[in-house]
Design a protein around this ligand. Structure first.
Ligand SMILES: [Mg+2]
Length: 306
């Protein structure tokens, strides 16, 4: 079987349940929008050597590429609808790699209720990269935004922070190998149910992909406000606590894909989230330790691509 036949065999089935894909047999997808819904669209690329190491199981690469997009949909309070895949891989890629890649997508499509609607597969002379564009649906006017946080709102995060950054260090043998932490890096958990639950409740929301301190700065800038957070409140997993760098990873490490959101002071927080600070009138993000010391902004930069 040649590469194109394999792609047809592997990727067409991912689109078969979604009428708008036209079975991947036309030049483009044709989508009928459900009435009273708004479309939420996001695109994320994962690159070999940056977002994945390259020797992972291809199914994990596929699932991470899809999940980082789903996390953006969750951050906007949207429900997954369909996605487009642009896959560039070296010409000598093994058929078994493509098969595993498609299997990973299939598994997560079922898990998160999304289908392939179209895409493009190309050969590259460079390393592999995967771009997924995901479409989600949200009732008109109800999407979560970064811009609504007000002074005295409480700042919350879902799950635990820092695991993924520590997991990457484990995979690079800079820390002892640890399955839990490595899985948190390889396979983030998009918080779709929480995002939907926060519609109409959260004053601002985003997902944490580049470190809490930096991303909270973005939320504050969009809201025209500032924030104070406390390092002794950071939610850390047991595995993270065993690492000396846990707090630094939680503040500055990337790839958490947890939700960061604000609620008014009187609002009841959903289960499974942790208050890490408070929105302030004073601009900027200030980080305080349990001893009351303030960490300097220079020590708090998150992941930057450039
Ligand atoms: Mg995001």
């Amino acid at each position: 079987m040649n590469e194109f036949a394999l792609i047809a065999a592997r990727f067409k089935p991912l689109a078969s349940d979604f009428p708008g894909s036209l079975g991947l047999s036309d030049d483009a997808a044709l989508l009928d929008m459900p009435p009273e819904m708004q479309l939420v669209v996001t695109a994320d690329t994962v690159n070999e050597g940056v977002h994945f190491i390259g020797d992972e199981d291809a199914s994990l690469i596929a699932r991470k590429a899809l999940r980082v997009n789903l996390s953006d949909l969750a951050a906007m309070g949207a429900a997954p609808w369909c996605y487009f895949l642009a896959l560039a891989m070296p010409g000598n890629t093994e058929e078994s790699w493509i098969a595993r890649f498609a299997e990973g997508l299939h598994e997560d499509q079922r898990r998160f209720g999304i289908a392939l609607a179209g895409g493009d597969t190309t050969a590259t002379c460079a390393r592999a990269h995967v771009t997924i564009t995901a479409l989600g649906l949200v009732p008109k006017g109800e999407a979560l935004r970064r811009r609504g946080a007000q002074a005295d709102d409480r700042i919350y995060v879902s799950g635990t922070l820092g695991d993924a950054a520590l997991g990457l260090r484990c995979l690079r043998n800079q820390l002892p190998r640890n399955d839990f932490l490595e899985t948190r890096y390889l396979l983030p958990e998009p918080r779709l149910a929480l995002g939907a639950q926060l519609r109409g409740a959260a004053t601002a929301c985003m997902d944490v992909s580049d470190g809490l301190a930096q991303d909270l700065g973005h939320l504050c800038a969009a809201s025209g406000a500032g924030a104070e957070i406390w390092t002794d409140r950071l939610p850390l997993s047991g595995a993270a606590r065993a690492c000396a760098e846990a707090a630094e990873a939680a503040l500055c490490g990337g790839d958490d894909y947890e939700l960061l959101f604000t609620l008014p002071p009187q609002a009841q927080a959903p289960a499974g989230v942790t208050q890490v600070g408070i929105i302030t009138q004073q601009k900027g993000v200030r980080v305080y330790t349990a001893q009351g010391g303030e960490l300097l902004p220079a020590s708090l930069s998150g992941y930057r691509h450039f």
